[in-house]
Design a protein around this ligand. Structure first.
Ligand code: TMP
Ligand code: ASP
Length: 240
């Protein structure tokens, strides 16, 4: 795996699952993944042992993999077990969700049958705002609120669809169904749209192909037990 040689400096920002630090290179940050887990906009709190390491390593592996498919990402290289160096991005406060199988909020909102394979992947936008419970928005909201222009949205949608196609088959070869996932994008110094944040069992739903067993954060959200084991199992399969 690529390694980055930058020195960690001042803490810039701490979120629910990650901490961002400045480095001795002004264009590069370090994002450190915590074992802290939250759900339902931070209302449910807990810890998942070694989650930080799993999410960092899985994200690094998948960012690297996606770059081979010409999806630009913020990944620079690994910096520690639970931390990676990333290109500084101006983040767009929109969560891009892609769905292949109906579950979660889709089922609650529209009453579709849980587990139904969708005829066509669904792409949704949510405003990243915990206090407002991440309300669903459409492209007009994104443009009108000034978060991204139409060309940027077009590109974000194209990247999200490509990421879905690439990762669906990546996980299927590892006996997992990519049910749905959440992406966040940002702008580099030169204005280029890049994939940011993370790709991990915190942000993807993954079901075992054979047993249908949930191998992601739903185990924590729904108190299903064996949470740490599921994260480890996903990482093991990602490395296969
Ligand atoms: P949802 O069914 O709860 O809307 O979740 C869709 C996908 O987005 C699922 O893979 C989990 C992920 N997700 C996040 O990464 N962060 C969030 O805050 C939420 C609500 C979902
Ligand atoms: N990440 C969100 C939170 O902490 C929601 C979730 O993943 O369920 O609240």
């Amino acid at each position: 795996m690529k390694e980055a040689k930058v020195k960690k400096k001042k803490k810039l920002y701490e979120g629910k699952a990650k901490i961002v630090y400045e480095t001795d290179n002004e264009d590069i940050y370090i994002q450190e993944f915590k074992d802290d887990a939250t759900a339902f906009d931070g209302q449910k709190k807990g810890k998942i042992k070694n989650k930080g390491t799993v999410n960092n390593q899985m994200s690094g592996h998948l960012f690297n993999y996606l770059e081979n498919y010409h999806v630009p990402t913020h990944f620079v290289g690994q910096q520690a077990d639970n931390a990676m160096a990333i290109h500084k991005l101006e983040m767009i406060p929109v969560e891009v969700v892609m769905r292949n199988i109906a579950t979660g909020s889709l089922v609650k909102r529209y009453g579709v049958e849980d587990g139904k394979e969708l005829e066509h992947p669904i792409l949704e936008f949510y405003l990243k705002d915990d206090e407002k419970h991440d309300p669903m928005i459409n492209e007009d909201h994104v443009v009108s609120f000034g978060h991204a222009n139409e060309d940027e949205i077009k590109l974000i949608k194209r990247y999200a669809q490509k990421i879905n196609a690439v990762l669906k088959s990546f996980f299927f070869r590892r006996d997992m169904l990519l049910v749905d996932f959440k992406l966040e994008f940002g702008r580099s110094k030169s204005g280029r749209i890049k994939l940011g944040d993370e790709i991990s069992p915190d942000t993807c739903r993954l079901w075992d192909v054979e047993s249908g067993e949930k191998l992601d954060k739903d185990r924590f959200r729904q108190d299903l037990g064996k949470v740490e084991e599921a994260y480890q199992e996903v990482l093991k399969r990602v490395y296969k």
